[in-house]
Write a protein that binds this ligand. Structure first.
Ligand code: BEZ
Ligand code: FE
Length: 643
């Protein structure tokens, strides 16, 4: 084993509820007697009891984010004017930042009392801004000599800030595992930091006022700062630095959003680090553990929420590329960063890492290649596209093995139910809109022709022939309906002798093939007359459910869909030299028109079924025995095509 590790000299005290005494002891230990107490106005409540125990000669509250040089200069002058011999800072990163700025030029010792999880008290890093430009550096003089951690002082930190800054600390730990000076000591520190933060943060979310969660988080935050100070900035911090500096994105949420993406990228290339993170998070993989934690904390997920825009991604990629640490375990290319920032911008869960993506693509290509020699070019095209889409689906949803098994079981059940009488596969195709899509694709390009719709499973060959004006109902229960119309071509010419097949469900929602006794009813065929006209009696269509006692029914139920079809009467019309038309007519006003379970409704097929009260004379003088209805359907057939 060969490595060298620099430790920083600092006394650290955890003293929940007793910061005032602990700080007094630290100040005494330093032999100091003239205290400059830095605390912003917001921190004055927590700072009061501490000040009460100390020989304070100067209370200073001009604390500004990022420590502007002018602010630092004023504080330095005040420290000189009051001849202070120690600085006590009570506050977050900006407060200790100001103390460090004073120490940088004066060498005064600092006793830091953090009230957030920023961790800056445990590093020798200073930062100053001038004209919007931030300068940072390291200097032994700015490292606080002592830190007093009192979790009670963090109770007032709002929940969202607690979570964001806790995740920021977590990012320090994770990034420390592959930062430029990563070594076994800071790795051990980082792993313990991850464990403590993953333990503490959910407790804070559950009860922001409970001390144990605050203590664990504060402890984790300290460890994270120590690990980070020792290991240096990894890829994650470089990315966040660019985003914060160039686009003014807020520090802590940016960390929370970006970290899982960097972890997803690096984990496969740094298996030991990943294993360590997973163990510290108590999860099977590092990424799962982090995503789960992020969900439990309801932490930010998308940079878009913080004003970062998609068109800023390319320039951000360039800026990050220039500062990628050589120590990063996974290769970082522009394409990798583009994907990473895009996912982070959109709030997607991280894309699979590069080599995972490569494995998946390689497999798909091998499958495609296996169809290369298919002699029939159309079959080859179909297989290629099927493989591409099927693999695309699997990769898109990240299909799990149990889900795969469930899918296979489902299709097996569909197959088992299918025989000459029951076609569950077609039902599946229908309910997924696959049948209707196929019909839509194949709709002949004849805008004036009558539109087609689904065939359905209930057509039967050799239906009874009826004459014009005959009765297709065949005794099926239902209100009689007079159907009349014409068959013409798209050329406007009448089509005599067209074969018109009609079939429908009875008013109980059953087709004759669903009866037990084998009788035939509510289906027939007839031929158009010399002028292309037709007329016949049928029954007024009523709604009915598609068969839903099988796996397709289960699918509909599981997805909250109804099996009901809008009321309809089926037609199949064929004639010499014409494209055969398979269609239905629907009943205007039916509430189910919009939710038809097989997506069969087309506006042009919705017809007025005029209600006729009992006693209204019928066109052919028949007595329908009560109320009846009538409808007109003029059919236009397209010419036959080669298809
Ligand atoms: C039908 O209208 O007969 C039907 C269409 C698709 C699925 C089930 C039934
Ligand atoms: Fe039907």
């Amino acid at each position: 084993m060969h490595f060298s590790h620099q430790t920083l000299g600092q006394r650290v005290r955890f003293a929940t509820g007793s910061a005032p005494q602990a700080v007094r002891e630290e100040v005494e230990q330093l032999g100091a007697s003239r205290v400059m107490l830095i605390a912003s106005a917001r921190e004055s409540a927590g700072a009061g009891p501490i000040a009460d125990e100390l020989p304070v000669v100067l209370r200073y509250d001009e604390v500004v984010m990022h420590v502007p040089v002018a602010v630092a200069e004023r504080a330095r002058a005040a420290a000189v004017a009051y001849d202070v011999d120690v600085i006590v800072s009570v506050g977050g990163g900006s407060t200790v930042g100001l103390a460090k700025a004073v120490a940088l030029t004066s060498g005064l010792p600092i006793v830091a009392v953090p009230t957030t999880y920023a961790g800056s008290e445990a590093t020798d890093v200073w930062g100053l801004t001038e004209n919007g430009v931030k300068t940072t550096g390291t200097d032994a003089r700015v490292l606080p000599r002592a830190v007093v951690y009192d979790a009670a002082l963090t109770l007032s930190l709002p929940l969202d800030l607690s979570v964001a800054s806790g995740l920021n600390a977590l990012a320090h730990c994770v990034d420390a595992l592959w930062a430029p000076r990563a070594d076994p000591i800071n790795a051990a520190t980082a792993a313990e930091g991850i464990r403590a933060l993953a333990d503490g943060l959910p407790q804070i979310v559950q009860d922001p006022q409970a001390l144990p969660g605050r203590e664990q988080t504060l402890y984790g935050a300290y460890l994270s700062a120590v690990a980070f100070a020792s290991a240096g900035s990894g890829l994650h911090h470089k990315i966040c630095h660019v985003l914060g500096g160039k686009y003014d994105l807020p520090h802590a949420p940016t960390h929370a959003v970006v970290l899982p993406h960097v972890l997803a990228l690096n984990a496969p290339a740094a298996p030991q680090a990943a294993e360590r993170i997973a163990r510290a998070l108590g999860s099977s993989t590092a990424l799962d553990g982090l995503l789960d934690l992020r969900r439990r904390l309801a932490a930010p997920q998308a940079l878009s929420e913080y004003g970062f825009t998609e068109d800023q991604i390319p320039a951000a990629v360039e800026a990050v590329l220039a500062v990628v640490p050589a120590s990063n375990p996974a290769p970082v290319t522009a394409a990798v960063l583009q994907q990473l920032l895009h996912d982070a911008w959109e709030g997607h869960e991280p894309s699979p890492p590069d080599d995972q993506r490569t494995r998946e693509e390689t497999l798909m290509r091998r499958v495609l290649a296996s169809f290369e020699e298919t002699p029939d070019p159309r079959l080859r095209q179909l297989m290629y596209s099927l493989v591409r889409h099927a693999h695309g689906f699997l990769r898109d949803v990240r299909l799990t093995e149990p889900e795969w098994k469930q899918g296979i079981d489902f299709l097996t059940a569909v197959g088992h139910l299918t025989d000459e009488r029951r076609q569950e596969f077609i039902l599946l195709s229908d309910t997924l809109g696959v049948s209707m899509q196929t019909i839509t694709i194949n709709q002949v390009a004849a805008p004036t022709a009558t539109e087609a719709t689904v065939f359905g499973p209930f057509f039967v060959e050799d239906s009874p022939r009826i004459d014009l004006g005959g009765d297709a109902a065949g005794g099926a229960p239902g209100r009689p309906c007079w159907v009349e119309g014409s068959v013409t071509g798209t050329d406007g010419q009448p089509v005599p002798g067209a074969r018109i097949e009609v079939w429908e469900a009875d008013e109980d929602g059953l087709y004759d093939v669903q009866y037990d006794d084998g009788r035939t009813s509510a289906r027939a065929h007839l031929f158009s007359d010399a002028e292309g006209g037709f007329r016949f009696w049928a029954i007024t269509p009523t709604p009915y459910p598609i068969p839903h006692d099988g796996p397709v029914g289960e699918m509909l139920a599981a997805t909250g869909r109804s099996p009901m079809r809008a009321s309809h009467l089926h037609f199949m019309v064929s004639a010499e030299g014409r494209h055969t038309l398979v269609t239905h007519i629907f009943v205007k006003g039916d509430e189910l028109l919009r939710t038809d379970s097989v997506f069969g409704v087309k506006e042009s097929l919705v017809k007025d079924f005029h209600e006729q009260p009992a006693g209204t004379p019928t066109p052919d003088g028949r007595d329908p025995g009560g109320a009846w209805s009538r409808v007109r359907f003029d059919i236009v057939l397209a010419p036959e095509t080669d298809r």
